[in-house]
Design a protein around this ligand. Structure first.
Ligand SMILES: [Zn+2]
Length: 287
């Protein structure tokens, strides 16, 4: 993926690169947080990438790229919405679903963009959209942008890949230490330390500090596969990137993301920490 002049978040870029290279590019992406201009810039870049005919996608030079840039590509759709607040009605979602089943006009992939989905989609529209997500048509890329993806239903979140635009924040030493302990125990052969260390996640306040730190370290480990840039915990990131494949690191990041978004709901946190432990175990052990 060619990021051109796209500024900012290196972790996010390496996450996207890894998804592209591992042929696991999702059919639904949520671009979350950051400012609207950054979300728009990344939406445009991903739309161009999906329709580009050039070598280094997006090349910005081929005709599909230029059409996308001008907003006139026939396979890139933006949900229009209606009324003063641009609310997206169920009828529009149904129309999108119908359009999904029709083959793309010029590109290999159709792109559907729903900007500010957290503000513009009501319960009914989200439910209708969920049906499409559950049985995703071939060669579709949904791009949703949100200010706070945490307000979307869990059922929708779990079927999308959430990419966070916010730069990683600073963490206290105590938080970092707990995050490091958990991540290091993933690489150990015995399950005991992992079980013991993930216990701290049963406390909501601790979990909401430690999980983002874990995500930042994992993103660093992922960055190491494409550059030398490491922000937080160099030694640990090196160990992780040596012991785990890119695919596994992405899986771990997805697990952490999932945990962060479900924690804001009233989930049972000890069940959650057990779930995380099990997922970490499954991902690190899979072939
Ligand atoms: Zn192009």
């Amino acid at each position: 993926m060619n990021f051109e002049n796209l500024g900012g978040n290196e972790n996010l870029k390496s996450e996207l690169l890894s998804l592209e290279q591992s042929n696991r590019f999702p059919h639904a992406i949520i671009l979350n947080g950051g400012d609207e201009a950054s979300r728009d810039a990344l939406t445009l870049l991903l739309s161009k990438w999906a329709v580009c005919r050039g070598e280094q996608k997006p090349c910005s030079e081929c005709i599909p790229c230029q059409k996308a840039q001008k907003g006139v590509h026939p396979d890139i759709y933006f949900a229009k919405g209606s009324g003063k607040t641009d609310v997206i009605a169920v009828a529009e979602i149904r129309e999108i679903t119908r359009a999904c089943s029709i083959i793309a006009n010029e590109a290999d992939t159709k792109v559907f963009v729903i900007k500010n989905a957290d503000k513009r989609m009501g319960v009914e529209a989200l439910n209708a959209f969920l049906k499409t997500l559950e049985e995703p048509p071939q060669a579709i890329l949904f791009i949703l942008t949100t200010e706070d993806a945490g307000t979307l239903p869990e059922t929708v979140l779990s079927r999308c890949t959430v990419l966070n635009l916010e730069q990683s924040t600073t963490f206290s030493n105590e938080t970092l230490e707990l995050a490091q302990k958990i991540l290091l125990s993933i690489t150990e052969t015995s399950e005991l330390n992992l079980l013991k260390n993930t216990n701290v996640l049963a406390d909501k306040t601790t979990a909401l500090e430690v999980l983002p730190a874990m995500r930042a370290i994992l993103s660093d480990a992922l960055s190491l596969t494409v550059s030398d840039e490491v922000l937080l915990s160099k030694d640990l990131s090196e160990i992780l990137s040596r012991k785990l494949t890119k695919k596994k690191i992405i899986g771990l990041i997805e697990t952490v993301n999932h945990a962060i978004y479900t924690i804001s709901r009233n989930v049972n946190l000890s069940l959650m920490s057990t779930w995380i432990c099990g997922e970490f175990r499954r991902i690190s052990w899979q072939k």
